[in-house]
Design a protein around this ligand. Structure first.
Ligand SMILES: [Zn+2]
Length: 374
């Protein structure tokens, strides 16, 4: 086996990646070594690399020189001696959300609530994330990475590596819809519906049998593409052209929607989030996955009287990843809508630029490692 691999590493914040040759790691007893085939580049990646140290000093970053890359898919090429049910050759998506395994939350089966919860190749959520980065310093912008066997989502042959590398934001949307109780017969408002997160929410809502989707965004051309996915089930509204509550109630017999998924990113005005909450029926549920940065002035009295829930949701677990792969295999989750834009690792700077010029969520920018085409 080869001894060295290429890895794009950030040596100094504010500079470009350099392509370094480093040793291929050996997996620990409960870990695997994955030969990375594709790694998604999410819209927020440049912010994390350039600004998070200043914007969110409480969120630990991988120590420098750092390997980034959040959504990696590839093949298992080596397994640790204690790994029982994953074999060499398995196609996988690596869920980068990594927990400590032994704190209260982890032992209670809630890994995402672990106070050491960390996204490999991205950032962590607590001081103990430093320990996780020490154990797992590799990520998708390297040719190989280690990961706990328990983080792997099996990828069926019918799902390409590029599409599998889109699982992160798809999974975030899926977990939000599950927390909101989305199912057949329900109605869902999705704000930011043309973006990477929002389009994922549309695709998953369709897959889960949601009866009517109200898609809100600014870009009319992209909204039309969203509507074309299922014109009989999707209604679209250009944000700001009509009061959201009146519009939704006109389709729901005056009730309002069952669910509101807010996928609009930080920096957006909070007025659209408030409008979405006010467009819910009594007992409705709002789930935020976009990470609105502006504080929301919530009318708790109204929320109490109307029994409206406001829920924060971060990422998704391996079980939800396995669900999505089965849905993709069965064809209920349609991944064919994505236009993949693949760049070799040497062109990672161009890939990061391409993310800025994407056609909303329809574009899927990935780093493809050599020999990954299939
Ligand atoms: Zn833990």
């Amino acid at each position: 086996m080869l001894k060295y691999m290429k890895a794009a590493r950030l040596h100094t914040v504010g500079t470009n990646f350099s392509i370094d040759s480093i040793e291929i790691p050996t997996p620990g007893p409960h870990d695997v070594l994955v030969k990375v085939k594709a790694c998604g580049i999410i819209p927020n990646m440049k912010n994390v690399m350039a600004h998070y140290a200043e914007w969110f000093p409480f969120l630990p970053l991988p120590p420098l020189p750092a390997i980034y890359g959040l959504d990696a898919s590839g093949d298992v090429v080596a397994v640790g001696e204690k790994v029982k049910a994953i074999s060499v050759g398995q196609r996988v998506y690596v869920n980068p959300g990594t927990s400590c395994g032994s704190c209260h939350a982890c032992r209670c089966g809630q890994p995402i609530n672990c106070d050491a919860y960390t996204f490999l190749g991205y950032f962590g959520f607590g001081p103990r994330s430093k320990e996780v980065f020490e154990d797992y310093p590799y990520a998708g912008f390297a040719e190989y990475m280690t990961a706990p066997a328990s983080s792997l989502v099996k990828v069926p042959d019918s799902v390409s590596y590029e599409a599998a590398a889109r699982m992160g934001y798809l999974g975030t949307a899926y977990s939000a819809l599950r927390k909101a109780g989305a199912r057949s017969g329900q109605t869902v408002i999705i704000s930011g519906a043309t973006g990477t997160l929002g389009l994922g929410a549309v695709l998953l809502a369709l897959a889960m049998g949601v009866t009517k989707i109200f898609a809100i965004a600014r870009n009319k051309a992209l909204l039309d593409r969203v509507r074309a996915l299922a014109p009989e089930r999707i209604e679209v509204l250009s944000a700001g052209t009509e009061p959201l509550g009146d519009w939704v109630r006109s389709y729901t017999g005056g009730l309002g929607a069952d669910i509101f998924i807010d996928a609009v990113g930080p920096g957006a005005p909070h007025s659209l989030s408030l409008e979405g909450i006010n467009a819910l029926r009594r007992g409705g549920r709002m789930v935020d996955i976009g990470g609105m940065s502006e504080p929301l002035p919530l009318e708790m009295f109204r929320l109490m009287c109307f029994q409206i829930s406001v829920i924060g949701s971060l990422w998704f677990d391996v079980a939800e990843g396995e669900d999505m792969m089965r849905m993709a295999e069965a064809g209920t989750l349609d991944l064919s809508v994505f236009e993949h834009h693949a760049f070799p690792l040497d062109k990672i700077s161009e890939a990061l630029e391409a993310v800025d010029n994407r056609a909303g969520g329809f574009s899927n920018v990935v780093v493809m490692h050599e020999g990954a085409k299939r």
